[in-house]
Write a protein that binds this ligand. Structure first.
Ligand code: CP
Ligand code: NVA
Length: 307
């Protein structure tokens, strides 16, 4: 693994391998702590957008394993504005050992990877959110084991988080259903890539308009904000379109009785997800957020050749 830019860049075996490493490092973390596998390594973290989970979990992942992390704010870097991305990549390659970038335009993280001589991790772009997808897959396997054929349903906007969940589902042989309003579908490119993987792993995909139909038999119901970072101008329009796609107690009651409810957070409570469900017995939103730490340790370990 040279970079970590999309779950669809992996093979099914590599995807499962990362999850197995995450399980191992998580166990180690809770049984006395990880070793100093990342001693002398520094992660540079470029953020063009705000973050709680990604920033803190990457920083703590490095510290837990004996390394360090450096936060670079939007104002400091001015990615592509103050300085060309190709120059930033080549300069930082001489200072730190691994880079993580949260960007608006997916092309920008690809550009960083193209020019840097160190591994680059995609910490979210307008296209996908692969670190989230790995933490989500870890959370799902912790609940259901490594069974194939699970039914994973994403209700809401066919956004970056949905893309990585679909790609993880394809790699792991889970069936993936999206229920979205017209005009908020997954990008054709993301679907094409996923369907190629699914042809090998046996995953089935469905794209529906009716959330009630979509959650029938679901083992996982996943939702995310109706308005992603960078789409703030569309908030009023989206608030009118998405209410029928709210994940509430009624919708959850129509799924499998052991369904888990997931959200990458930050949540807009009582918009895409009601308080009752977020804080109810099916919700795994906090263990899911905590799994960012363990999944990312595995990604870093594989990229740094430390596991
Ligand atoms: N889920 C997630 O990526 O959260 P942050 O935006 O807080 O990093
Ligand atoms: N889809 C959301 C995810 C935030 C972690 C966004 O891009 O804003």
């Amino acid at each position: 693994m040279e970079h970590f830019l999309a779950i669809s860049d992996l093979t099914p075996d590599e995807t499962q391998d990362l999850l197995d490493v995450a399980v191992k490092l998580k166990k180690q973390h809770f049984e006395g702590g990880n070793g100093p596998q990342f001693a002398g390594k520094v992660l540079g973290m470029i953020f063009q957008k705000p973050s709680l989970r990604t920033r803190v979990s990457f920083d703590m992942a490095m510290r837990h394993m004996g390394g360090d992390a450096l936060y670079l704010s939007p104002n400091e870097i001015g990615l592509g504005k103050r300085e060309a991305i190709s120059d930033i990549a080549r300069v930082l390659s001489g200072y730190v050992q691994v880079l993580m970038a949260r960007v608006f335009d997916h092309a920008h993280v690809l550009e960083l990877a193209k020019w840097s001589s160190i591994p680059v991790i995609n910490g979210l772009s307008d296209y996908n959110h692969p670190c989230q997808g790995m933490a989500d897959a870890l959370t799902i396997q912790e609940k259901f084991g490594k069974a194939k054929g699970l039914n994973v349903t994403f209700v809401g906007d066919g956004n970056n988080v949905a893309v990585s969940l679909m790609h993880a589902s394809a790699q792991l042989g889970w069936n993936f259903t999206l229920a979205s309003p017209e005009g908020y579908d997954l990008t054709p490119k993301a679907v094409e890539v996923a369907e190629k993987i699914a042809a090998k792993t046996g995953s089935q995909f469905k794209y529906l308009r009716d959330p009630h139909e979509a959650v029938k038999g679901a083992h996982v119901i996943y939702t995310d904000t109706w308005t992603s970072m960078g789409q703030e101008e569309e908030t009023a329009k989206r608030e009118k379109v998405f209410p029928p796609f709210q994940v509430n107690a009624q919708l959850v009651s129509e799924a499998d009785k052991d369904v888990i409810v997931m959200h990458c957070l930050p949540a807009h409570r009582n918009h895409e997800l009601t308080d009752e469900v977020a804080d109810g017995p099916h919700s795994v939103i906090f263990p899911q957020a905590h799994n960012r730490l363990h999944a990312q340790k595995a990604i870093l370990a594989r990229l740094l050749g430390a596991a």
